[in-house]
Design a protein around this ligand. Structure first.
Ligand SMILES: Nc1ncnc2c1ncn2[C@@H]1O[C@H](COP(=O)(O)OP(=O)(O)O)[C@@H](O)[C@H]1O
Ligand SMILES: [Mg+2]
Length: 278
């Protein structure tokens, strides 16, 4: 089984949109996919047409002792399954403060191993016990980046966090991949930041680019992904190619693959001073 976290410390960079549409693309091509909504604001849950769940029927259950696959609150959707989120996740942050509290999702992933091919975690923008849990339980991480100043900065900080997690807590985590989102070819600053990321991170930037697409920006609460609402849209084409590109990375799975990057650069990124809680 493959586990994937989609994260960027900056909000509004297309994380939830990416989770939904990648999950659908993988689901439609025959993988059994489970999406875990770990954002207390539960946007993904709502966009999939579900109401925010009660605490006991939400992803908060995954942070309880002795989790078993039968106890996981799963909502089957058309192309993938969902563990919905609840606002109760916000208040739970206050009790999840022990160093071992970053290991809950690893246990959950172990107990789901036989049931799914792919688990995708959607998380909120901040670094919290939930985002750390997701990174600790993942083999892969994709950082959606809108090619503008704040999202690029947030994306680079997220890259550092992922590298610190790999170094200290999860050696199975592959080097993060940046996915450019909401790209507008007419904007000069977009071209500039794309070039910057490619020059600095090389292969760690996905070849696929998600272009701006009205069909993706329409807020739906009817559970439709872009593949159902507008299969001809750029969003459908782009997310299908993103899934293809990631699929090549997943098979054969090799979580330890660092890619052609400089080890020195990772060291520079992984000093970790600002993440003293790790
Ligand atoms: N490629 C895109 N083109 C146009 N709008 C997009 C695109 N991707 C996402 N959006 C819109 O941008 C906003 C933020 O996206 P979202 O996926 O919720 O980001 P995040 O989860 O990172 O906060 C949403 O309104 C979403 O519909
Ligand atoms: Mg989101």
């Amino acid at each position: 089984m493959i586990t994937l976290t989609i994260c960027n410390h900056k909000g509004g960079t297309g994380k939830t949109t990416t989770v939904m549409n990648l999950a659908a693309a993988f689901g439609m091509t025959g993988r059994d996919v489970l999406v875990v909504d770990l954002d207390p604001q539960a946007f993904l849950t709502r966009m999939m047409g579900e109401t925010e769940a009660a605490a006991k029927l939400s992803s908060l259950v995954l942070f309880e002792e002795d989790i078993e696959s039968e106890k996981v609150p799963i909502t089957p959707l058309r192309t993938f399954d969902l563990v919905p989120s609840s606002a109760a996740l916000s208040s739970a942050i206050r009790r999840l403060t022990k160093p071992t509290d970053v290991l809950w999702l690893r246990e959950f992933v172990d107990c789901m191993d036989k049931h799914y091919d792919l688990i995708i975690f959607d998380i909120a923008a901040a670094v919290t016990v939930f985002s750390l849990n997701a990174l600790v339980a993942s083999n892969f991480v994709v950082i959606p980046v809108l090619p503008e100043y704040q999202p690029v900065l947030g994306g680079e900080q997220t890259y550092q966090t992922a590298q610190v997690v790999r170094k200290r807590l999860n050696p199975d985590l592959a080097t993060p991949k940046f996915l450019l989102t909401m790209v507008d070819g007419r904007k000069r600053n977009h071209l500039g930041y794309r070039k910057y990321l490619r020059e600095r991170y090389g292969e760690r930037v996905m070849r696929t680019v998600i272009r701006t697409c009205t069909a993706l920006s329409l807020t739906r609460q009817n559970g439709q992904t872009v593949f159902e609402s507008d299969p001809q849209a750029r969003g459908s084409i782009d997310y299908a190619s993103a899934a293809d590109e990631l699929g090549q990375l997943f098979d054969p799975i090799d979580g330890g693959d660092l890619g052609p990057e400089s080890k020195e650069e990772i060291k520079a990124h992984s000093s970790g001073e600002q993440f003293s809680f790790l």
